[in-house]
Design a protein around this ligand. Structure first.
Ligand SMILES: [Zn+2]
Length: 211
């Protein structure tokens, strides 16, 4: 007798046209692309419903991701600050996520993409925090500092490698409803036609209380 194993929807997909992805300095964009879960998830804003959420599908994974810090050299300081806070939260949240052995043991087809903090994701998070400590303030204050921009791009990528496997927690869970409830907030440095709460800002709002 043969049995059919349970199907994990994450593994059932069809690829569309190959995608090429360029980083914009925000960790959600590129670090994610290089991770296991990476590239399968994108932010989704539904303005009419005041909903911001993420969508995921393995078919969203790009064939190639380009991390070029030169593309961020003219990024306004408030955008760099918000993106940087997102990177900080990716690193700290994955570092403080529940340890991967803490839950009930699962069969391979039951496992979710985020497996909890583990020795390998910790390594990426630690490296990201080291780079952030050195270059985050400099990149905000001196946007044309190529070395600081380079380290921020690396930090975004490293943090993405970590949280793309370990997962994030409370601040990111809170960020979507916060961003979705925006009414008339127009942050400096961003295009002014739509009210918005930048992702890094919405994440950082509750991060101090989540420790
Ligand atoms: Zn994020």
């Amino acid at each position: 007798m043969t049995t059919t194993p349970p199907v994990n929807p994450e593994t059932v997909f069809t690829y569309g046209a190959p995608q090429l992805k360029f980083g914009n300095g925000a960790s959600d964009e590129i670090g994610f692309d290089l991770s296991r879960y990476g590239g399968v998830r994108r932010g989704l804003d539904v303005l009419s419903l005041k909903v911001k959420t993420g969508i995921s599908h393995a078919g969203l994974r790009p064939a190639l991701a380009v991390v070029d810090p030169d593309l961020t050299l003219t990024q306004p300081a408030p955008v760099t600050a918000s993106a940087g806070m997102d990177i900080v939260c990716h690193a700290v949240e994955s570092y403080t996520a529940r340890w991967y052995t803490g839950g009930e043991r699962k069969r391979p087809e039951q496992r979710v993409p985020y497996c909890g903090a583990n020795p390998i994701s910790d390594m990426w998070a630690e490296q990201a925090m080291r780079l952030l400590a050195r270059s985050f303030r400099r990149a905000v204050r001196h946007g044309d500092d190529a070395a600081a921009r380079g380290e921020m791009a690396l930090a975004a990528t490293f943090a993405g490698m970590g949280f793309g496997n370990a997962g994030v927690h409370i601040p990111h869970a809170n960020a979507y409803p916060i961003a979705g409830q925006v009414r008339d907030f127009h942050p400096k440095g961003y295009p002014g036609h739509e009210p918005m709460v930048p992702h890094g800002m919405s994440v950082a709002l509750t991060a101090p209380e989540a420790g």
